[in-house]
Design a protein around this ligand. Structure first.
Ligand code: TXA
Ligand code: MG
Length: 321
């Protein structure tokens, strides 16, 4: 079964796409930068399916797309710099990483467990019309399989993902052709995380000088910009027993006395959907050690293991949590 391709300019196609997205489906859609692989950003399971379809061996935080600035600032904290950049470049190829607002509906898997959210109001009118109809933030990385180039036509998307998704919306070739510029405003000073459609000089004309986030940057201590979340408890992976002082995080109901289970039926999509929310729930002062049951190293299991291994790795004091 290969996904139908419908024109995004057609209101009935957008209505169908919005219906699929609201039901937890995967819909590829054009933006002015590249085609995105969209899912309801508030639905952990729908977002897990994005990673499954892309075959990504890791959970990277994803961009949430919004129809307008007002809705974006209901998800992330609107600092003065954020308002300035939004006024200047939204709608357009700019993504702002902002601190999550309290009770932000965006799923933890969308942000890979981070307290920040990446937000974008795309320049394409049809894309914004679709987003308005969905009425929820839509998570969308580029609509290619992991390790391949980003697609700029519906035909590229069909080749990459046609057999793994529900619908492809066609808006012709993308006008920008490279991904959005990503600026982090969730820390003290603005930082350029990814160069893209809006040139750095144009951004600096609004914000003043911004630093690029590189490993060589002395201000950028490892972990400061870490795009990963780790609970403060120690993690022990591939655990088959519970040791003194540990809580047990199960997979596939291997233990009757487990404290939490990523998926009782051993389903990797369900486990991916539960991962960050569960780690957050277990991130409490009274919990100092977590034993995690074995998780198979294939499909989404590889990404789950990668995240757990990073969370288990020794690290220095502060981290982005
Ligand atoms: O042009 C684009 O931005 C395309 C189209 C479809 O909109 N989307 C796209 O999404 O490229 P994605 O998810 O592949 O790009 C996410 C980028 C990554 O570089 C990621 O590390 C960064 O944004 N990012 C997302 N959330 C973040 C966060 N909370 N903190 C830091 N970086 C974040
Ligand atoms: Mg990409």
């Amino acid at each position: 079964m290969t996904a139908p391709i419908l024109p995004i300019a057609d209101p009935s196609a957008r209505a169908e796409a919005a219906r699929l997205l609201r039901a937890g489906g995967l819909v590829a859609f054009p933006t002015e930068t590249v085609y995105g692989l969209g899912a309801d950003a508030t639905d952990e399971t729908a977002v897990a399916r994005i990673f499954e379809a892309k075959g990504r061996p890791r959970f990277n935080p994803l961009i949430s797309h919004l129809p307008d600035t007002a809705m974006a600032f209901r998800m992330g904290v609107a600092t003065e710099a954020a308002r300035g950049l939004a006024d200047a470049f939204w709608p357009g190829p700019l993504t702002l990483v902002l601190t999550r607002v309290q009770n932000c509906p965006i799923a933890w898997l969308t942000t890979a467990g981070l307290d920040s959210v990446a937000l974008r109001v795309p320049g394409s009118d049809d894309a914004r019309a679709l987003l308005a109809e969905v009425g929820r933030p839509v998570a969308a990385p580029s609509a290619n399989r992991s390790g391949r180039v980003s697609p700029t036509t519906a035909a590229h998307v069909a080749e990459e993902l046609g057999d793994r998704i529900d619908l492809i919306l066609d808006g012709g070739p993308c006008s920008v052709g490279v991904e959005s510029t990503v600026i982090d405003l969730s820390h003290d000073a603005p930082r350029l995380l990814r160069p893209g459609g809006v040139p750095r000089e144009a951004i600096e004309a609004v914000t003043g000088p911004i630093a690029a986030a590189t490993a060589a940057d002395p201000i950028t201590a490892p972990g400061m910009l870490a795009s990963h979340y780790a609970p403060s408890a120690r993690l022990r992976l591939d655990a088959r027993d519970r040791r003194d002082g540990e809580v047990f995080l199960d997979f596939g109901a291997t233990r009757l006395d487990a404290d939490a289970d990523l998926s009782r039926s051993g389903d990797l999509v369900e486990a991916a959907a539960a991962l960050f929310a569960t780690l957050r729930a277990l991130d409490q002062p009274r919990i100092t050690a977590i034993a995690v049951a074995p998780i198979p190293d294939h499909g989404l299991g590889t990404a789950i293991r990668d995240r757990l291994a990073r969370a288990a790795a020794p690290r220095e004091g502060a981290h982005d949590g």
